[in-house]
Design a protein around this ligand. Structure first.
Ligand code: R5P
Length: 286
């Protein structure tokens, strides 16, 4: 049986359809004081798959509530978008490692479990789970979508060196070159980029990154590439967090199209990770 948390209902439905498994009927709401309320109405079997992204604090609580409902069962937990992943280190004295704190809160419910994440920001986060954990890579799914758009002389760009692995995977899938931009982050909302050696003049560009949050990184990258003579610039991101005015920033920068996956339920989520998750769940049964 598949349980879709409130942040992953569409994706859970897609995974259930692929696997031919029942999608549990659940009720999610908030009490008048804001506290989360969860009820799983369907009768549960012994083996459960919970699918719930955690873009907000409430979504973490809903996930804990679902895990508590399933506490005596075998749980495969899929967190397609794992919030707090960028707090993967203690950057300044006195700070928590919040990604570890969240994983630690989930661990007591996963003694017979397995965890699946999708393009987790830092692989070290997997080590904070006490049960087996796996990172699923949606890059090829996004690359296939880009290929279907028939780009002219395409080049894949990573907005920074850290995301080069993803750009390399995409470029290999598309049979093209890749490069990266050098990025300096000034604050949580401001980034600037210095151009690196590359020739994008007259070429279509696909920028690949794990997530778009404020849109600052991508908007800066698009403006830079456009100034360098890029023809059309497409964005491919796994997690469309898209906070505040991210979409406006991207449109103003001249993006041709934003392609993202359904790890978060957004309008730009035109590439589904459901087959990736379904394959991983099937493989663990073998
Ligand atoms: C950073 O390391 C990530 O890979 C993304 O580049 C970043 O989180 C995007 O954030 P924003 O959209 O706020 O610039």
């Amino acid at each position: 049986m598949i349980i879709g948390g409130p942040a992953s209902q569409i994706l859970a439905g897609r995974v259930a359809a692929i696997l031919g498994e029942e999608l549990a009927l659940c009720d999610y709401k908030a009490f008048p004081d804001g506290e989360a309320y969860t009820q799983v109405i369907s009768e549960l079997g012994d083996n459960i798959v919970i699918i719930q992204s955690t873009p907000t604090n409430s979504d973490v609580v809903y996930l804990l509530q679902l895990l508590d409902v399933c506490r005596d069962r075998n749980v495969s937990l899929v967190i397609p978008y794992f919030g707090y992943a960028r707090q993967d280190k203690v950057f300044k004295p006195g700070e928590p490692m919040t990604a570890r704190a969240v994983a630690t809160a989930l661990n007591p419910f996963l003694s017979n479990g397995r965890v699946y994440l999708v393009n987790i920001h830092a692989r070290t986060i997997l080590s904070h789970f006490s049960c087996p954990s796996e990172n699923l890579d949606a890059t090829s799914l996004l690359a296939d979508k880009i290929r279907s758009l028939d780009l002219v002389d395409p080049v894949v760009i990573s907005p920074d060196k850290g995301a080069m692995a993803m750009a390399k995977t995409a470029a290999a899938r598309l049979g093209t070159q890749c490069d990266y931009l050098e990025k300096t982050r000034h604050s949580g909302t401001e980034v600037s980029m210095a151009p690196k050696e590359m020739d994008v003049k007259g070429r279509d560009v696909a920028i690949f990154d794990d997530m778009i949050a404020t849109g600052g990184t991508m908007a800066t990258a698009i403006s830079l590439l456009k100034k360098q003579g890029a023809r059309k610039v497409y964005l491919a991101a796994v997690h469309p967090v898209l906070t505040g005015s991210a979409v406006i920033k991207l449109c103003r920068s001249g993006v041709e199209a934003v392609l993202a996956t359904d790890t978060l339920d957004r309008t730009v989520a035109t590439v589904s990770v459901a087959p990736l998750i379904a394959d991983a769940l099937k493989a663990s049964k073998r």
